[in-house]
Ligand binder design. Sequence first.
Ligand code: CIR
Length: 261
Amino acid sequence: MRNEKVLVRMPGKTINRGLRIKDRGEVDVATAVRQHSDFCMALCEIGLDLAVWLPANDAFPDSVFVEDPAVIIEETLIIARLARAERQGEETEVESALRPYFEDIVHIEPPGLVEGGDVLVTDGHLYVGLSGRTNLAGAEQLARFARDKYRYHASLIELPDDHLHLKGEVTYHPDSKTIVVAERLAPEFRNDRHRLIDIPLKSDAERFGANCISRRTSFIVDARCGAARTILAGHGFSIRPVDLDQFDRVDGAMTCLSKIF
Ligand code: CIR
């Protein structure tokens, strides 16, 4: 059964050296560790199976963001090619940890670059953000693979420069066939296959409001994202807030902290 298990990695002592687009303050390691534990607790509370738990790796300050080194499409594990030298190598341990769960493993090849945070996989359709981290060659490799192996369609979405990864502003929730998306990106996702819930991002603190994780009717939502909490509760979902502001300081949204497989 897919989409029930999760891989996470502990934040390391070097997380404050993580990459960031703009300065949002220093990361306090002890608080980050506490927030990460609460996030893991929330994953268990909504019924996900914390199957793989990797210890911290201080050689890679951003390695807590396990969403980026891989993409999963149905039964295939696709190992990404990370754009930034500081993160290249993170994929090795993620691949070893996930290898037992997949018979089919493929790799993005040069000159392709893909980061998992840019790839939204829905039922039968792939949305790939073209960003500073994912290039056209990488997006096309992924789209071709998904089409040839699984008959998926793909949409490529050009992202503005201030936007690290596509999924910061959009997530897919397979159990409820729902796409939760920031208002400004909503037109890209209107279709008749999914319910679309758009979230106004009113302030910088709420920028990851559409980035949430769910199972069945339970949603984990960033505690600071009041609009997202209210709107999702209004659709009848139960809300489990988590505080993740330390990860936001190094541009990490909630989904970046897990690989659901
Ligand atoms: C980076 O810039 O690569 C990290 N500091 C943040 C990665 C966040 N990952 C994600 O959005 N999927």
